[in-house]
Every structure is written in C-alpha cells, then in structure tokens.
Design a protein around this ligand. Structure first.
Ligand code: BGC
Length: 763
C-alpha cells in the first residue's frame, strides 16, 4: 500500500503552509523560487551544462512530435516541423533534441547522427512514443487488461511492448496512464486501470516494472512516464480537458497513489495533465509539481508537459501569453515543454531579464540530461536503433502467444444464464451477428498508434479457426456501428432463425473512446440496439460480446441476453482469445475494473462512494432517499463482478481476533469452494469499511486481492493480513492515518458480495 504521509509533524505543517501560500510564492519574483529537491550532480552533465548557451538549454527542455506521422494533437506549423528536412535542420539548430511519435531505426539513426556530429554540444537525442498497449503486437487496452487483475500479466505485456518499441527506435513511452477514472463518460477511461485506486496502484507498478525492467540502459527496455499528473480522471462531467474541482484530501486519497506507486517502482518521468485542480492548471501547479512531487516524494525524474498544456494555460486564463506561460510552467517544476515550442521561444529572454533564474533552467536541464544518462544514451547513443532488430523482433511468436493469453484473461463474463456458455465446437449452429464481429479495424483499441490491422484476428476468424465444421458458423453484419444497413436486420434475423445460438458482437468503435472522446450517453448506438432487439424477437439464445472502451449502459435485448461478455478492445489476438473462452478451452477469470451503471445519468458512479445521510436500503423505501427517480443508487454490475464457468461459494469472513491494536495485525480468512465441475481461477477480493471517521468514508474500499486457482470440488482457505495501513485514510491534516474504532472487513467475490466481519481498532 502506498503511503502518502509526511515524514513528521514538522514537515507536515511546513507542507500545509507551503500549499496554502503556494500561489503567492510561486508566481512572484524569480528569487522566491525554491526547488524542493535538487537533482543529483553528475560530472559529465555538469560539464555540459557549464558549456551550453541558454538557447541550447531551451532546446534540451523541448520535445516535438514527428509530424510527418499522424499527430496525436493539434499541429501548429509555426511551432513544429512538418517535413523530414525541417526536422533535420531543427536538430542542427539545437531546437529538436527529443522527438515523439517517430518510429523507425534508419530514420532515428540519421537524426541521432546529425545530433552527435552536426551540433555544437553533441548531446544524444531521445525518441518517445505513446506505447500504451503494445507497439506492433497489440495487447488489450489497459482498462481491459486491468480486468484481469493480473499484475504479472500486465508486467509481461509491458515488457513485450518495450521489446518491440526498442526494435524500432523508441526509448521512452508515454505510459502508463495511471489516472483513476470514476466517470465512464470520460473517453480516457480506456487508457487506465479503471475506477479503483488500489487496483490502479498495482497496475501502475506492474506496468512500470514491465517497461523499465531491471536495467534502463538495456537495449530492450523503455523509460516509463506515469501520466497525467494529476487528477485528469476527475474532470467534471467526464468531459475531456474540463476542470477538476476536488479537495486535496480526495486528490491525495484517490488520485495520487497510483502515481506514487509508479514512482516507487522506478518510473523516471511524469506528464503534467491538461486539467486544472481547483483553478490551478497542473502544468503551472507548483504545489503539485514541486512541493508534493519533489518535496514529499523525492521524485528524481523529469516532468514533461502534456501536448501544449503549458500554452493552454493561456486559454485557461492562468497565463497572459506564451512568455508568461513559459515562466509559470518552468517555475512550477515542469522541466520539458511538449510541442508548443514556448520554452525555445521564451526561456532565453526570461533568463536575460532575470525573470527566470538560470539555476532554475539548469535544474530542469540536469533532470532531462539525467534521464538521457539513465537510458544509457551518452555511452550508447544508437541504442535500440538496430535495423536488423526492427525486422526480426516484431510479432515474435512468444509475443503473439502473450497477446492471446492477455486477451482471454481480460474478458469479463458478466452473465451466463443457464450456463449457455461455453458453446460447442461441433454440433451447434452459431450465427455471429453484429458490426463488430468481423472488423479488423475495431480490434486494437484507441492507442494503437502504429496499427497493424492486417494481422489482427477478428471474432469471426477466431471462431472460424476453432469450430469443427465451418458451415456451422454464419457471419452477418446486420448494421453498421452507428447506422442501419438496408436489409441488414432481415438477413440477421434469418441467420438467427437458422442457428441454435446467436453471438451478438456489438458496442463501440475504437474511436469512441480515448482522448477527446467523452460521451453524454454511454449506450450502445441505436442501430445496434435495434438489431439486438430484432434478434431477440426470434427467441434464439443470445451471447453478447461487447466491444468497448468504458463501462456501458446496457438496455433491452443486450441487457437481457442469456450471456454477456465484456471484451473491451482485446488487441491483435482478439478473436483467438475470445474463441478460447467461448468454446471453453479456458474459463473466464477477469473482473470489472469499472461499474456498469443502470443508466448513463448515474455518472459518476463508482463502488467506493462515500456514505450519504439518506442511504437507500432494502427496508426503508425509496422516497427521500439517495436515488434518482429512474434509477437506484447502485450499479447494474458493480466493480469486481465477474463469473467463471464454475460455481464458487464463499464462506463468511472470519477474523483471528475481534480487536486489533493500532500497531498490531490480524488474519482475515474465508473458505472458498469450487462447487462446480470445472477448474476456475477466482479473483478473491479484500475490502474494508471504516464505520465512523472524521471524514466520511467509502462504503467499501478494496485493499488487496488474490488470484486463486481451484480445481472442481476444491476448497481453499484464503488469508489476508489486516494492518492499520489498510484502515488509514487521508485525514483533514493531509496525513495518511488510521482512526481507532469499528470496521467491517470482507473477503468477497465483488464489491457488493461477501459476508462481513467486524474488527475493532484500538488506540
Ligand atoms: C495526450 C497524452 C499523449 C500526448 C502525446 C496528448 O494529447 O493527452 O496522453 O501522451 O498527447 O501524444
């Protein structure tokens, strides 16, 4: 568990004071600036800094997109190069010292050569890209992979992504995205680990370890970047780029721990988020980027702005112009400017006029060069730029196998009435209906920036390669994702009528989630709903396979289908992974990392909400209670929910003693029995609730989980050790502490299941 505690009382009071006055100290005269933690000194780097001009320093503090490729944001041709020749010239001028969205060993080698041979300082360049869920071999989107609750898997897929990235000249990935996302309207839910902080911490750690490995200098590891710092997932109304108006207790309790976990795991970079927090845009937020990040956490890596976020402080109304924005972001602790070119344009003059001290700039340069050094670029500037590896190391069989394993471990079996699943490979006629059953372009997910659609396996292909008699599989589109097709429903109904079972492949397209893809209604588009409702009228049993980047509101025939699989975007091996489950070669084992609402309008909806003064219970009726007219205050399928092909029974939660002294611990156990006839992997979850506290506490909070394999008929006793750290929360004094009193603890199959035990924590 991550602890966000100040080290002692003295420190904590000082931090509080710093936070309260930060806006005065930070943006006043340059001489007020106090960096919280000086970067470590290194002779080679100090020597370079002592010889660099301010313009060369500003170049080291800038990164630009290789906009000869598909851009990941708006392009301003005045600020960014648009051709390869532009890029080369700007490398020569010292403006381009880092490039992102570039890939390709030969091109990178040439750029690196120019930097080493044709610039005065001969400092190696660094190449970055958004390798979020794979490079060429794509793995499930991070939200899907989080559903596996399998941190070892997340580590292995990140390592595989690093392996392929470094075969194509990428040193630095802008991942993992560790934003906690409690509002499913927000399109970027797809990129992270979902609504829960603890799961977010575990996935953050695993992904950082996977990307960076044990040795950042290796030719096959990449620098990780925990993003977007911070509270980007808390944007109001789930609307991308919107304001996050949250108290610091919530910031520290909910949104910061996955970052801390990523840094503790060694992540050496972070990206400041687009949003403001309580009116202060993150890129200009000294409290966040300096007091907390470097002061409290002693972060030694670099902070890069998100794509022009320093310039966007002008739109926020927080900076007057580019010059002001440059000053505010560098003074706040943002070391590197992404894409705006503002640091290049304004730092020399700001330093010349004494508005930004040279030592502030030097500190940022020290951090950037420190990261280049950590990557081994000084001694091995052509690292990860092998033209041979680029050919040999893509789509290796072991990575394809891993993509398939990850795909099947990420699918959540939400519902399976009458054990309709698994289906039979022979003797059963299947109609695969829907626009997402056989479309390669909708398999990879929102961040496949180098998409290899040709090699992607659709559900139709996956089923087709496993079914014994191919004639027993009929594939019909029925409609487009967002539009009806003439005669589509009729042909789909005919196929359904001729089949024993229908697999309905419906949901969202890839571009309906991800950046800038917030939705008002998180429903399945009408054309598909109409198709589903028509198919249901045939009376044939339906297995719904959802393709999606967020939790969805399910309606009508989709909600009422006999079986539902949440299949996210599963990546290159999508169809094979799904077929492995649908035909029962493997049992599903994933759990929802986000709650599926009853209605879209319930957003934000997350299992670990605070208690209210008028809770709705089964006995107190619904009037004057916390609910909507049209929906209760609950999920259709809550966080942690998911089925296997077997039947797992939980005994009551038991404790080794009813009382726990503040510095003691107790064992919490439960007996779990596989009473079905198949082997199963169960995600056993451990939750707590603090019944009376100085700040009202969530109804439940996940504190741990275990993946437990159970053979048919097998019983196991599962144990979690409870300590005060599990019961602590961020109090009004911003310290992470437990308060004595009564707690409920559960060992449970989901955030709403299980039978609680009571524990008293004594002072
Ligand atoms: C996104 C980041 C991404 C960056 C570079 C931005 O628009 O918010 O997540 O890393 O672009 O592509």
């Amino acid at each position: 568990m991550t602890r966000l505690m100040a080290s002692n009382d003295q420190q904590s009071r000082r931090d509080l004071l710093k936070g309260a006055v930060s806006s005065i100290v930070i943006f006043g005269a340059a001489s007020n600036y106090r960096p919280a933690l000086a970067a470590p000194r290194d002779r080679q780097i100090e020597n370079l800094i002592s010889r660099m001009t301010i313009q060369e320093k500003a170049g080291q503090l800038s990164i630009f997109s290789d906009s000869t490729r598909i851009p990941t944001g708006p392009i301003n041709p005045n600020a960014t190069p648009t051709t390869t020749d532009d890029i080369k010239n700007q490398i020569r001028s010292g403006k381009i010292t880092a490039l992102f969205s570039a890939r390709g060993a030969a091109g990178a080698r040439e750029y690196q050569r120019i930097s080493l041979e044709e610039t005065r300082m001969k400092i190696p360049m660094v190449f970055a890209a958004d390798i979020i869920h794979g490079c060429i071999t794509q793995f499930p989107i991070p939200l899907g992979e989080a559903a596996s609750f399998d941190t070892d898997l997340a580590m292995r897929t990140a390592a595989a992504a690093a392996f392929e990235s470094t075969a194509t000249a990428i040193h630095w990935t802008f991942a993992p995205m560790v934003d906690v996302a409690r509002d499913q309207r927000w399109g970027r839910v797809a990129e992270g680990a979902g609504e829960d902080t603890y799961l977010g911490e575990q996935m953050a750690k695993a992904r950082v370890k996977g990307f960076q490995g044990d040795n950042l200098k290796s030719e096959t590891t990449v620098l990780a970047c925990a993003k977007h710092f911070a509270a980007y997932g808390a944007v109001q109304g789930g609307m991308d780029y919107n304001t996050a108006d949250i108290p610091e207790t919530t910031l520290r309790q909910v949104h910061l721990p996955p970052f801390k976990a990523a840094f503790d795991a060694g992540a050496l970079s972070t990206m400041s988020s687009f949003n403001d927090i309580a009116g202060v845009p993150s890129t200009g937020n000294h409290h966040l980027l300096t007091d907390i990040l470097r002061g409290e956490w002693a972060f030694k890596g670099l902070v890069v702005s998100d794509y022009t976020s320093e310039a966007e402080m002008i739109n926020h109304g927080f900076a007057k112009d580019g010059r002001d924005a440059t000053k505010k972001s560098i003074m706040a602790g943002c070391d590197m400017s992404m894409q705006s070119g503002l640091y290049w344009d304004h730092l020399p003059d700001l330093v010349a006029k004494g508005e930004v001290l040279m030592r502030v700039v030097d500190e940022a340069v020290r951090r950037v060069l420190g990261v280049k050094k950590a990557l081994g670029l000084f001694e091995n500037p052509y690292r990860s730029m092998s033209v041979e590896r680029e050919v040999q190391d893509m789509r290796k069989p072991e990575n394809i196998a891993l993509a398939r394993e990850a795909a099947r471990k990420s699918v959540v079996l939400i519902k399976n009435e009458g054990d309709i699943l698994p289906l039979k490979k022979s003797g059963q006629k299947i109609a695969l209906i829907g626009p997402l059953g056989d479309d390669k372009t909708q398999t990879l997910g929102c961040w496949a920036i180098f998409p290899d659609f040709d090699n992607a396996v659709t559900l139709a292909q996956g089923l087709g390669s496993q079914i014994v008699d191919r004639a027993n599989l009929k594939v019909v589109k029925g409609c487009e994702v967002n539009a009806a097709i003439e005669g589509g429903i009729a042909s789909a109904m005919a196929a359904a009528q001729a089949a024993d079972v229908v697999i309905l492949a419906v949901g969202e397209t890839q571009d309906m989630s991800g950046e800038a893809q917030s939705r008002v209604e998180i429903t399945i588009p009408k054309a598909q709903q109409d198709l589903a409702d028509a198919i249901a009228a045939t009376g044939k049993p339906i297995v719904v396979v959802l393709t999606h980047g967020r939790a969805l509101e399910l309606q009508g025939a989709i909600k009422n289908a006999q079986a539902i699989m949440a299949a996210w975007f599963l990546g290159s091996e999508s169809g094979n992974g799904l077929a492995d489950l649908i035909f029962g070669d493997f049992s599903p084992s994933a759990r929802l990392p986000v709650s599926f609402p009853l209605r879209s309008g319930q957003q934000p909806l997350y299992y670990n909400h605070r208690r209210t003064g008028r809770p709705q219970t089964t006995t107190n009726g619904t009037e004057y209670r916390t609910r909507y007219r049209e929906a209760a205050f609950e999920a259709l399928y809550s966080f942690g929910h998911g089925l296997t092909y077997s039947k797992i029974e939980y005994g009551p939660t038991q404790i080794s003693g009813p009382q726990m002294p503040m510095n003691g611990q107790i064992a919490v156990t439960a007996t779990i029995k596989n009473s079905g006839i198949r082997q199963a992997r169960e995600v056993v979850q451990f939750y707590v609730h603090d019944k009376v506290a100085s700040i009202t506490q969530p109804v439940r909070l996940l504190k741990d989980f275990k993946l437990v394999d159970l053979a048919a008929g097998e019983t196991k006793t599962i144990e979690f050790i409870l300590t005060k750290q599990d019961l602590a929360f961020v109090r009004a004094n911003l310290r992470h502490e437990a308060e004595a009193g009564e707690f409920d603890v559960w060992i449970a199959p989901s955030s709403v299941g299980g039978v609680a035990a009571k524990v008293v924590l004594t002072a």
